[in-house]
Design a protein around this ligand. Structure first.
Ligand code: PRP
Length: 183
C-alpha cells in the first residue's frame, strides 16, 4: 500500500474554499454565475465552492485531454509528464456562455497549458466576465503565463492526490490532499 502524507487537511481545505467563495460572492454580488468545471479533477472543488457561494448559480462541465504519451503510473509518479502542449476538447459546454459570468473551476494549475487553452476557447464565446478558480497552483511548473483569479494554495512540485486529484484514477475521493512520495 502506498504511503500518503497529508499536505492539506480537510479542515484547511474547507476554510480556504469558504474564503474563495466569499471573494466570488463579493465580486459577483447581485449577478448570476455559471461554474464551469474541468473534468474530472475539479468535480469535488466545484461542489464545495459552489455550495459556499451565495449567488444565483448554474453548473456546466468541460472535458479536455492532452496529446502526448502519458507514461504508465510508476514513471508518471517519478517524473510527472509534459504533454506536447496541444489540448484536445473531449466535452464542450452544454449552454451558451455569451454575455454570462463564468467561473472556470480547476483543481490544479500546473504547466498552465490546459487553462490557457480553455480560457481562449471560452473567451471566444464572449462571456460578460471570465474568472479562473484553481484550488492548487504549482507556479514552479508553469510554461504559459497564466494565473488564477481565485487560488486556494500554492504548493511545491510534489505529486498530489485527493479532493478530486488522482493517481491512475485512484484517490480522488480522499478528503485530504496528500503527497505520494516519489521514492
Ligand atoms: C489535470 C488537472 C488540470 C490539468 C492541469 O488534469 O485537473 O486539468 O491537469 O495541468 P496543466 O496546467 O499542466 O495543463 P488531468 O489531465 O490529470 O485530468 P483529470 O482532471 O481527469 O485528472
Amino acid at each position: 500500500m502506498t504511503e500518503l502524507k497529508v499536505l492539506l487537511s480537510r479542515d484547511e481545505i474547507a476554510k480556504r474554499v469558504n474564503e474563495l467563495a466569499a471573494e466570488i460572492t463579493r465580486d459577483f454580488a447581485g449577478e448570476a454565475v455559471i461554474f464551469v468545471g474541468v473534468l474530472k479533477g475539479a468535480a469535488i472543488f466545484l461542489a464545495d465552492l459552489s455550495r459556499a457561494v451565495k449567488l444565483d448559480a448554474t453548473f456546466d462541465f468541460i472535458g479536455v485531454s492532452s496529446y502526448g504519451n502519458r507514461p504508465s503510473p510508476p514513471q508518471e509518479l517519478k517524473a510527472g509528464w509534459d504533454s506536447t502542449g496541444e489540448v484536445k476538447l473531449t466535452k464542450d459546454v452544454d449552454q451558451s456562455m455569451q454575455g454570462k459570468n463564468i467561473v472556470l473551476v480547476e483543481d490544479i494549475l500546473d504547466t498552465g497549458l490546459t487553462l490557457t487553452y480553455l480560457k481562449k476557447l471560452l473567451e471566444a464565446h464572449q462571456p460578460r466576465r471570465l474568472k479562473i478558480a484553481a484550488l492548487l497552483d504549482k507556479p514552479s511548473r508553469r510554461k504559459m503565463p497564466i494565473q488564477g483569479d481565485y487560488v486556494g494554495f500554492q504548493i511545491p512540485d510534489e505529486f498530489v492526490v485527493g479532493y478530486g486529484l488522482d493517481y491512475a484514477e485512484r484517490y480522488r475521493n480522499l478528503a485530504d490532499i496528500c503527497i505520494i512520495p516519489r521514492e
